[in-house]
Unconditional design. Sequence first.
Length: 244
Amino acid sequence: MSVQRGFWLAVACGALILTLATGLRATFGLFLKPVSIDLGISREFFGFGFALQNLLWGAASPFLGSIADKYGTGRVVAFGALCYAAGLAIMGYATSGNVVIIGNILVGVALAGSGFSVVLGAIGRAAPPEKRSIALGIITAGGSFGQFAVVPYAHILIEAFDWRMALTALALTSLIMLPLIPPVTKVHSVQPAGLPQTLRQALSEAIAHKGFWLLTAGFFVCGFQVVFVATHLPAFLADRGMPT
């Protein structure tokens, strides 16, 4: 089966969307110490907001994925990008810990709309079977690259300005996802149409599958470890005088 015109451009744009979506959230640990000091909140409270963000990301993903299937990937990713910008901006102008929680809630929803489940679903349906693995691999690698590349960018912003201006700049950066959406939505599905399936039916099928639970358990363990370290390690090192 031939590759659609613009397919690899869609793959590249999908990878860049995930670079931003996953990379921006990986920067939150850098803000733990300055935010907790300036707002007078505990690190546990900040960590709770970040944990809530991750739980919402997972809980909202099936529902936003279903909305993307019904109303279009572009609308959902755009919604996610706008929620991302709003959440980061709200945290940048926070005057209390409760506002930080609200910002994290918005970012959690944003990740569900602009993260792996929606972007991989769109490209996976458009990819010819023989190209699907490499296409999804490239997009997933974009998400991994974001967690590596965006953190130094955020650190430079914090050092050059302060945490509030840094979060505002990251909010503006998240809007770069918007012009990356059209190439992703222009490729159409090449998968054969199956029987219509509701969200409840899809969830029931997943829950009844052993592989779903094994995959979920693996991601839970991975996420718990990585997010815990990413949240608390920067402040821990700063406490011990590690030079910036």
